[in-house]
Design a protein around this ligand. Structure first.
Ligand code: FA5
Length: 352
C-alpha cells in the first residue's frame, strides 16, 4: 500500500464503515462493527499505523483527515447505539404490554363468623327488652363456676359439667382454677358487683371435657341471662323467653318447657324448639326426640342470692343459659355443630 494514498483509503474506509453501520441489526452486531473498524486492531487503526512513513507535510494532512474520520465514525457509532437501544426497549415494552383497562384481582373480603352473627342477633333481641350485654373471664375459679352457684365440693351435680381443670390453685390452696363450663359464674360476679335491679346477658365461650356429636362440641358458646328485682316470677321468665323465640325463629316454631334440675335455680326448666330437620318426628340430629334443647333456665335459687349478699326475702330473679350454636342450627338448618369450628370456608362463607 502506498503511503500517498492513505487519505483516500481513509475516506473509502469511512464510506464502507458508514454503510455497514446503517445495516447493523443489534447491539451485538454493533460491537462487532466497532472491533472491525475503530477498535485497537481495527482497520482504521491499521491504516493510521502507515502515517509514520509519510513525509511530515503529508503526514500532518493525512493525520488530520484520519482524526476527523475517527471522530465522525465514533459519533455515528454512539448515535447508532442509541437508536438500537431505543428500538430494543420499545420491542420489549410492546412484548410485555399490559392492558391497563383490565380489572384488577378481587381483594378477598372478610366476614363475620356465624357464631358472632347469631350471638349479636340474640343479644340485640334481649337489648330491646332492656338487657345490657357484659362479658367475663373464660378461665375461672372453682368458687364462681360451682360453689357460689350452690354446687359445693363433692356435690354430685358437679358431674353435670365435665370440667377441664387448670394446673393452678389460689394462695390459700382451696380454690382450683378451671376453664368455665358455663357462663353462669357471671351471675355471681355481676350480682356481687351491682345492686338490683339487674338485667344482663353474657355471651362467651365455654369448655367441657366431653365427646362430640352433632349437637355437642367440647368448646362452644353460651349466652347467660339474668334478671333480678322485686317481684319477678316464673311468668316473667316464660314471657321473656317466648318473646326471644318469636324474634329469632318466628311465631310458627314450637317451643317446649320442661322441668329440669340445676342446683342454682328453683324451680328449673329447659327450653327446646321442635327439630328443623324432621319437624318433630325424630331423627339423628334431635336424637329421635323431635326436639332440640337450646337452654336451661329457672328462678335464681335463694341460696345463690344469699351467697352474693342479696336478700332473698326482698328479691327474686330468673336466669337462663342458652347455646347460640344450637340456635343457629335451628334457624339455618345446620345438621352438625362440629361444622362451626372445623374452619371449612365452604361452610363458613355461606353465612359471612
Ligand atoms: C348449663 O350450662 C346451665 N348453666 C344453664 C342455666 C343457666 C340453667 C342459668 C339455669 C339457669 P346446660 O349444661 O344444659 O346448662 O347447657 C345450657 C345450654 O348450653 C344447652 O341447652 C345447650 O344449648 C348448650 N350446650 C351445653 N353443652 C353443650 C355442648 N357440649 N355443645 C354445644 N352446646 C352445648
Amino acid at each position: 500500500m502506498s503511503e500517498a494514498t492513505i487519505p483516500i483509503q481513509v475516506e473509502d474506509l469511512r464510506a464502507k464503515a458508514s454503510r455497514e453501520l446503517e445495516s447493523v441489526p443489534d447491539l451485538d452486531g454493533l460491537e462487532a462493527w466497532r472491533i472491525t473498524y475503530t477498535g485497537r486492531r481495527g482497520q482504521l487503526t491499521q491504516l493510521l499505523r502507515g502515517l509514520g512513513a509519510l513525509p511530515s507535510e503529508e503526514r500532518r494532512e493525512a493525520g488530520a483527515v484520519a482524526n476527523a474520520v475517527r471522530a465522525a465514525l465514533e459519533e455515528s457509532l454512539a448515535e447508532r447505539e442509541d437508536q438500537l437501544k431505543r428500538a430494543a426497549m420499545e420491542a420489549s415494552l410492546s412484548a410485555d404490554a399490559i392492558d391497563v383497562t383490565m380489572p384488577g384481582w378481587p381483594v378477598p373480603k372478610g366476614g363475620l363468623h356465624i357464631t358472632t352473627r347469631i350471638v349479636r342477633e340474640i343479644c340485640s333481641a334481649f337489648a330491646s327488652m332492656g338487657f345490657t350485654t357484659v362479658e367475663g373471664p373464660e378461665v375461672e375459679w372453682d368458687t364462681y363456676n360451682f360453689e357460689k352457684l350452690n354446687i359445693p365440693k363433692g356435690h354430685p351435680a358437679r358431674d353435670m359439667w365435665a370440667t377441664l381443670w387448670i394446673d393452678h390453685i389460689d394462695e390459700d390452696g382451696e380454690h382450683p382454677m378451671l376453664l368455665r363450663t358455663h357462663t353462669s359464674p357471671m351471675q355471681a360476679r355481676i350480682m356481687e358487683a351491682t345492686e338490683p335491679p339487674v338485667r344482663v346477658v353474657v355471651p362467651g365461650r365455654c369448655y367441657r371435657y366431653e365427646a362430640t356429636d352433632p349437637t355437642h362440641e367440647w368448646h362452644f358458646y353460651q349466652i347467660e341471662g339474668l334478671a333480678v328485682d322485686r317481684g319477678i316470677t316464673l311468668a316473667d321468665l316464660k314471657g321473656t323467653l317466648y318473646e326471644f323465640a318469636r324474634r329469632i325463629f318466628g311465631s310458627e316454631r314450637k317451643v317446649r318447657f320442661r322441668c329440669d334440675y340445676f342446683p342454682f335455680v328453683e324451680p328449673g326448666v329447659d327450653m327446646s324448639i321442635d327439630c328443623f330437620l324432621c319437624d318433630g318426628v325424630g331423627c339423628r340430629v334431635c336424637q329421635d326426640t323431635g326436639w332440640i334443647e337450646i337452654m336451661g333456665a329457672g328462678m335464681v335459687h335463694p341460696q345463690v342470692l344469699e351467697n352474693v349478699g342479696y336478700d332473698p326475702n326482698i328479691y327474686t330473679g330468673f336466669a337462663f343459659g342458652m347455646g347460640p350454636e344450637r340456635v343457629a342450627m335451628l334457624k339455618y338448618g345446620i345438621e352438625d355443630i362440629r361444622l362451626f369450628y372445623a374452619n371449612d370456608l365452604r361452610f363458613l362463607r355461606q353465612f359471612a
